[in-house]
Ligand binder design. Structure first.
Ligand code: 5GP
Length: 206
């Protein structure tokens, strides 16, 4: 029997650089885990590609998928929906591959309650003033959206307590290495390795 893959969740407050760290991880060759492409109702930013960065859909389409139970998790974030399509996740985990999600904190908590065996990593800012500056200087959003994101980000810091690991995003390459180390170590946990041995023991008793 194929061992089910591991779910890896990278989350953290708005503006901490989750997207940048995730992109840097997947820009590296040879990753042995798959990125789950999210679905969103927000409009594509310049350069973003449908089916690569996100699946861009209408509000109606997204709400219909929620109703049909097709999302592992979803959240309304600054007036748009963001969520993780369930089927691809299940198929990929069933095939034994590990899956990597980069999502905001409310969605991460939904995943935690459904898949407590996952690995939950919280990306933290080195300090809060820097986080504010990052949100302001990102330059892609209006001042109104930026202010909403700042409010949200400060509230989200407290949610760190619900995670397994905290990784400071001081420099992107450092954070990338730490996330990859966590993934490597998690695979070696006895509770993840033990089922293989129990199966082998079962086989050898036959
Ligand atoms: P952005 O609009 O900057 O691409 O993303 C806004 C926020 O939505 C980020 O914090 C990002 O991590 C989060 N996000 C992206 N995809 C998902 C998803 O599938 N589910 C949830 N809950 N959040 C997501």
């Amino acid at each position: 029997m194929t061992k089910r893959g591991m779910l890896i969740v990278l989350s953290g407050p708005s503006g901490v650089g989750k997207g940048t760290v995730r992109k840097a991880i997947f820009d590296q060759p040879g990753n042995d885990f798959q990125y789950s492409i999210s679905m969103t109702t927000r409009k594509p930013r310049p350069g973003e590609v449908d089916g690569k960065d996100y699946f861009f859909v209408s509000k109606e389409e997204f709400e219909q998928k929620i109703q049909a139970g097709e999302m592992l998790e979803y959240a309304k974030y600054v007036d748009n929906y963001y969520g993780t399509p369930l089927k691809w996740i299940n198929d990929t985990l069933d095939s034994g591959k590990d899956v990597f999600l980069e999502i905001e904190v409310n969605g991460a908590m939904q995943v935690r309650s459904k898949s407590p065996n996952g690995v939950f990593i919280f990306l933290t800012p080195p300090d809060l003033m820097e986080l504010k500056q990052r949100l302001i200087h990102r330059g892609t959003d209006s001042m109104e959206v930026i202010n909403k994101r700042i409010q949200k980000a400060f509230g989200e810091i407290e949610m760190m307590q619900n995670y397994d690991y905290a990784v400071v995003n001081d420099e992107v390459p450092n954070a990338v290495e730490k996330v990859k180390e966590i993934i490597r170590s998690e695979r070696l946990r006895v509770r993840r390795v033990m089922p293989d041995y129990l199966e082998m023991l079962g086989e050898s008793m036959k």
